[in-house]
Design a protein around this ligand. Structure first.
Ligand code: SF4
Ligand code: SF4
Length: 321
């Protein structure tokens, strides 16, 4: 598995610094009902790492900071953490916007029959991965049968009111390329997705987020085994667009791993690029930032960061341009 090598050697990526903290992206654990090729956390049904009650209580304490307005939940399948519903209920009662990065197939897993209803009641924003609107490409990347389960999940969400005008229930989809190339323009692709899904399945959604594949973890390893790692890195570097620097998601958000350790983003988390406590120089933990001001701290950058600035730019909220 590709870990830190060779991305950290002599990176030419420019220095960047944090602005005020507004979004906490929290990884609730690596347990998942799927095992996708592009998964950058290598999640799956046999993973046992799950965030504990103590760490979740530290997360809730940080959510009380005045500028923090959003809790973005990832995994694995975040809903598979037994404390997911407790955390969502507490956070929404504090007025925090909660995003659930949902793989859609979880909505039809045994034991999760009432999940759609729970998400609806708490007005949780759903961000769901559908790397292509064509069945063959989705099943090739995410596993056989995943496309049909995703369609079923989207229809279930629409029936519950998601992406329907006036309900206040938001459903966004995520596209990522199925190979070593950059995503196309977000707006045009969103139109194509909307037309296809509406005409073939009567499915509606709000926005499409295009996300660039990072040359790390499973995707990085597959590039290496195909002898395409260097070519893809060069593509990311050659497509660097400086206009994307201001919108980088690491400026106003932090990523928290299932143990409560703190990183600039989900990708740095996968590369084990821990933020350090400014005084003790130990790995920074969520409990250390309950009252810690993060403004102006350096962001840890390396060559994978070119994945965020290439072409139209990329973040957990899609393109940056
Ligand atoms: S559904 Fe998401 S978390 Fe689960 S294996 Fe696929 S990419 Fe990873
Ligand atoms: S990978 Fe992207 S989000 Fe993460 S630190 Fe680098 S530029 Fe920021």
């Amino acid at each position: 598995m590709l870990d830190t090598w060779p991305l950290l050697q002599n990176s030419q990526f420019p220095e960047i610094h944090r602005s005020k903290l507004e979004i906490l992206q929290v990884n609730l654990g690596y347990l998942c009902n799927q095992t996708c090729l592009h998964c950058h956390v290598n999640a799956g049904p046999k993973r046992t790492e799950l965030m504990t009650a103590q760490t979740i209580s530290d997360i809730l304490a940080v959510l009380k900071q005045p500028d923090v307005h959003t809790l973005d939940l990832t995994g694995g399948a975040p809903e598979m953490n037994p404390l997911f519903r407790e955390l969502v209920s507490e956070a929404t009662s504090m007025g925090i916007k909660v995003i659930d990065r949902c793989n859609l197939s979880i909505l039809s897993e045994p034991g999760y029959e009432d999940l759609t209803d729970f998400l609806t009641r708490h007005k949780v924003e759903i961000v769901a991965s559908l790397p292509c609107y064509l069945e063959q490409n989705v099943d090739g990347q995410r596993g056989k049968g995943v496309y049909q389960k995703s369609i079923d999940g989207l229809q279930k969400l629409n029936q519950a009111g998601y992406a329907i005008d006036g309900t206040g229930l938001t459903l966004n989809l995520v596209y990522n390329p199925t190979g070593p190339y950059l995503p196309p323009g977000q707006q045009q692709l969103e139109t194509d997705y909307k037309n296809f899904l509406q005409q073939n399945y009567q499915i509606r959604f709000n926005q499409l987020f295009t996300i660039t594949n990072m040359p790390i973890a499973r995707f990085g390893s597959s590039l290496i085994s195909q002898g395409k790692f260097e070519e893809y890195m060069n593509l990311l570097k050659d497509s660097m667009n400086l206009a994307n620097m201001n919108g980088l998601m690491c400026k106003n958000q932090l990523s928290i791993d299932w143990l409560g350790y703190v990183y600039d983003c989900d990708f740095n988390q996968m590369l084990k690029l821990n933020l350090q406590h400014p005084q003790t120089h130990k790995n920074l933990h969520i409990r250390d930032i309950i009252e810690q001001d993060m403004i102006d701290l350096d962001i840890i950058v390396a060559d994978h960061c070119f994945g965020c600035t290439a072409g139209h730019g990329s973040s957990c909220g899609g393109a940056l341009d």
